[in-house]
Design a protein around this ligand. Structure first.
Ligand code: NAD
Length: 248
């Protein structure tokens, strides 16, 4: 499918749902899941069960968080994020569903309520008992000051970065809203995701099976390509601004 046709679909669409994965943030310097040498590749994975049951696991989790936070905090949105801001300002973006935890869609200018973070956010830490939240800046300062696995100051529960760990259930409210937005959109634009992590990866399928056009922008093939109306290969920062009619 040529780029002009995809541009025309975007121009004609009324309710676009954006769906993004780690690939949209690589041009901001945040490695995607499979990059060799990235934080995710270097560190031992502490799953949710281990976090709940082992002080050593919690200490290791927070050690990794403190190591990764400065680079995450310093990252700035790129042309791909800006393309979704343009769709929003044109009144076409009903919601942006993201698997990313980096908060860059909000930093780029999308209002909080326009972003559904399926896997949570790394910009805050949440108490697993009472739900109270503090900023990651505050949590990391406390770890560096000697609290190796910080506890909630309100109730004493375990504080955990507000991301969804392996083995931790997604927020059912967020997932329900994402599915319902996918059911009612007329175009879903899936960008920078390998579309292999479930249940997030089923969202583009939901849109397609409910009659929306499905456009996938990714440099590698995905398992959902075969049902897409268009698959655009290339670097997101080059092709996404063009698709939404914005100079890169
Ligand atoms: P993924 O790493 O599985 O897939 C990313 C895809 O983007 C790959 O297919 C890759 O080829 C493509 N890609 C990377 N850079 C690109 C570019 N500049 N242009 C075009 N394509 C590009 O990511 P996923 O599907 O989001 O799943 C990974 C999981 O890890 C998610 O659950 C996510 O929460 C988490 N994660 C998040 C971040 C983040 O918040 N930035 C980073 C790494 C991992």
């Amino acid at each position: 499918m040529d780029l002009q046709t995809v541009q025309a679909w975007v121009t004609g669409a009324q309710r676009i749902v954006g769906f993004t994965g780690a690939g949209i943030s690589t041009e901001s310097g945040i490695p995607d899941f499979r990059s060799p040498g990235g934080v995710w590749a270097r560190n031992r994975m502490v799953d949710f069960e281990e976090f709940l049951t082992s002080e050593e696991g919690r200490v290791e989790y927070w050690r990794q968080k403190v190591e990764a936070w400065p680079a995450m905090r310093a990252a700035r949105p790129n042309a791909g994020h800006a393309a979704f801001v343009r769709l929003h300002s044109l009144g076409k973006l009903s919601v942006l569903i993201t698997q990313n935890i980096d908060g860059l869609h909000q930093t780029s200018g999308l209002p909080r309520q326009a972003v559904l973070e399926l896997h949570g956010t790394t910009t805050e830490a949440a108490c697993l008992s009472c739900g109270d939240r503090i900023t990651s800046d505050e949590a990391c300062e406390r770890v560096e000051a000697g609290e190796r696995a910080p506890r909630c100051l309100k109730c004493g529960g375990f504080l955990k970065p507000a991301t969804i760990s392996f083995g931790q259930p997604l927020s059912s409210a967020v997932l329900r809203r994402a599915q319902s937005e996918a059911e009612s959109c007329d175009l879903l634009l899936a960008v920078g995701s390998s579309l292999v992590v479930e249940p997030a990866a089923s969202i583009p399928r939901v849109a397609k099976y409910n009659g929306a056009r499905l456009v996938i922008v990714n440099r590698e093939p995905t398992p959902v390509d075969e049902i897409a109306d268009a698959v655009v290969r290339g670097e997101i920062g080059d092709v996404l601004p063009a698709i939404v009619g914005q100079e890169s």
